[in-house]
Design a protein around this ligand. Structure first.
Ligand code: 9WN
Length: 438
C-alpha cells in the first residue's frame, strides 16, 4: 500500500486522521478504545490516550484522566473499566451486572455513583498526568490539575505496593490476566492451567460480534478469565488468597516509571520528590533481582503461587528498557534481545511482536500471542531514546507511523507484514501516533 508518512503533507494528513479518530471516540468526558469492541472507558487505554490528546487539547487530556480517577475505589485501586450507563448491558462482556462493584465491592470502597470492574490495569497514569501537565503548564496550574490528581495517584501506588505485594519481594502482583493488559499472552498459560474454567455455555462473549474468532482469545481462555474474576468478586475483591498471582515486568516497570513521574509532580507542587525517586530506584533493584534472566536476556514473569520464573519470552520482558537506572549489563542485554531472533526489531519484524517469534505458541494473528501492538512499541521506542539509541528509536518510530497510517490505526498487526488485526480506528494507536509525530 501507499505510505502516508514521510513528506510534510503526508505527516499533516496523518495528524488530522489521528485527531479525527480521537474525536469520534470521545464521549464528552472520556474516550472509548473502540465503539464496537470496547464501548466503555478502560484504565491504561485512557492513560495512553491522554498522552496523545495533550497535543490536541490539554483540557480534554486532563478531563480523560480525571474522569477515570473519579471512579477510584476508597482502597486506592483504579478499576480497569468504568462503565458508561447509556451503553446496553449486552454490548460488552463482562458487563456491570457481572462485576457488581457497588454491592460486591462495597467493603473495598467501590464508588456508589458509577459502575466499574473490580480488577486493575497497568499504572501508566502518573506518567500520563505528568506528560499532560507539561503540554500546557499554565492551564494545568490554573485548573489545579496536579494538586487534584496527586493524592489520588499516590493512593493508587500505595494500593499496588502494599495490598498487591503478594510475593513479599516489594513488587506488585496481578491477580488476573486482564490486569496486566496482555490478556492471552503465553506467559499466563502455565499459571492459568491450574484454574478450572467456567463452562463457555454459561456466558455470552460480545467480543465475537466484532472481532474474528481466530484473532481473539479462545473460549477456554475466557472460561478461566470468568472463573478468576468470579472468585475475586465473591471474596469482595479482597486481595490475598487467590489462585492466580504473577509478578509481571511490564506492569512493575510502568509502576516504577510512574513513581518517578509522581516524584516530579510532588516537586512541581513544592514538596520533596527525593523519597519517591529513591523508592523507584529500590523498586528497579527489586525488579532486576526478582525478574531479570541473564541467560534469556530479558525480564520474565514470576508465578507467585509456584515461586518459579515462567520460561516464556513476551514483550512485557522488554518494557523495562523504559527505566533510566538499569544496570549496564541489563540494558545491553535488552538491546541485544530486541534486535535478535526472538523479536527481530530492525530486522525481520516491523514493530515489536508481543511474543517470541521462535516460541512454540507464536501466532502472528492471535491477539497477545505474537501480533505487534502500538502501545508496547511506543514504550520500547521511548526506552531506546532513554538509553541514547537514537537511530534505532527513529527507525521504530517511522515504522509505527507507517503501519498506523496504512492500517487506519489498527488495534494490533501482524508483526512481519503490518497487516491489520482486530478493530481499526483504535484510540491508543491514534493517540500514540500523535505523540510520535510531535
Ligand atoms: C479486557 C481495551 C482493552 C485493553 C487490553 C486488551 C483488551 C479487554 C478485552 O482491550 O482487553 O480488558 O475485552 O479483550 O487486551 O490491553 O486495555 O482496549
Amino acid at each position: 500500500g501507499s505510505v502516508v508518512y514521510g513528506p510534510a503533507a503526508g505527516t499533516h494528513s496523518l495528524h488530522a486522521r489521528a485527531a479525527r479518530v480521537l474525536e469520534g471516540n470521545w464521549t464528552g468526558t472520556s474516550t472509548v478504545p473502540s465503539h464496537g469492541l470496547y464501548p466503555h472507558q478502560w484504565s491504561w487505554d485512557s492513560a495512553f490516550i491522554a498522552i496523545g490528546l495533550r497535543h490536541l487539547s490539554p483540557l480534554r487530556a486532563q478531563t480523560e484522566l480525571e474522569t477515570l480517577l473519579d471512579a477510584q475505589w476508597d482502597d486506592g485501586r483504579i478499576p480497569h473499566i468504568v462503565f458508561n450507563p447509556s451503553v446496553p448491558l449486552d454490548a460488552y462482556f463482562p458487563s456491570p451486572d457481572f462485576w457488581r462493584s457497588s454491592t460486591a465491592g462495597r467493603a473495598a470502597g467501590a464508588p456508589r455513583t458509577v459502575q466499574t470492574s473490580g480488577i486493575v490495569q497497568p499504572p501508566v497514569h502518573a506518567l500520563a498526568a505528568w506528560l499532560v501537565h507539561r503540554a500546557d503548564p499554565g492551564l494545568s496550574r490554573s485548573r489545579g490539575f496536579l494538586a487534584r490528581v496527586y493524592p489520588r495517584l499516590a493512593a493508587w501506588h500505595r494500593y499496588l505496593l502494599h495490598r498487591r505485594d503478594l510475593g513479599g519481594g516489594s513488587l506488585a502482583s496481578v491477580v488476573h490476566p486482564w490486569e496486566q493488559g496482555m490478556d492471552n499472552s503465553p506467559c499466563w498459560d502455565a499459571p492459568l492451567a491450574r484454574i478450572t474454567p467456567t463452562p463457555a455455555r454459561s456466558f455470552r462473549r460480545a467480543d465475537l460480534d466484532h472481532g474474528a474468532a481466530e484473532d481473539r482469545p479462545t473460549d477456554l481462555d475466557y472460561g478461566r478469565y470468568v472463573r478468576l474474576a468470579t472468585d475475586y468478586r465473591d471474596r469482595g475483591y479482597a486481595d490475598g488468597a487467590g489462585s492466580f498471582a504473577v509478578e509481571d515486568p511490564s506492569f512493575n516497570a510502568l509502576l516504577i516509571a510512574s513513581e518517578h513521574a509522581l516524584a516530579q509532580i510532588a516537586e512541581e507542587l513544592g514538596a520533596a520528590g527525593s523519597a519517591r525517586h529513591a523508592r523507584a530506584e529500590r523498586l528497579t533493584a527489586a525488579l532486576v533481582e526478582r525478574l531479570w534472566d541473564p541467560a534469556a536476556g530479558l525480564f520474565l514473569c514470576r508465578d507467585v503461587t509456584s515461586g518459579e520464573l515462567i520460561p516464556e519470552r513476551g514483550v512485557s520482558g522488554l518494557v523495562p528498557l523504559l527505566l533510566p537506572d538499569l544496570p549496564r549489563e541489563v540494558t545491553a542485554g535488552l538491546l541485544r534481545t530486541l534486535g535478535g531472533a526472538h523479536f527481530g526489531v530492525g530486522d525481520s519484524t516491523r514493530l515489536v511482536p508481543s511474543y517470541d517469534l521462535l516460541g512454540e505458541a507464536f501466532d502472528p494473528h492471535r491477539y497477545w500471542r505474537g501480533p505487534a501492538w502500538f502501545n508496547t512499541s511506543w514504550l520500547v521506542e521511548r526506552g531506546l531514546r532513554t538509553h541514547g539509541e537514537r537511530d534505532r528509536a527513529d527507525a521504530l518510530r517511522t515504522a509505527a507511523l507507517e503501519v498506523a497510517a496504512a492500517t487506519d490505526f489498527a488495534e494490533y498487526v501482524d508483526p512481519y507484514t503490518g497487516e491489520a488485526c482486530g478493530a481499526t480506528g483504535f484510540s491508543w494507536t491514534a493517540a500514540l501516533t500523535l505523540d510520535l509525530l510531535h
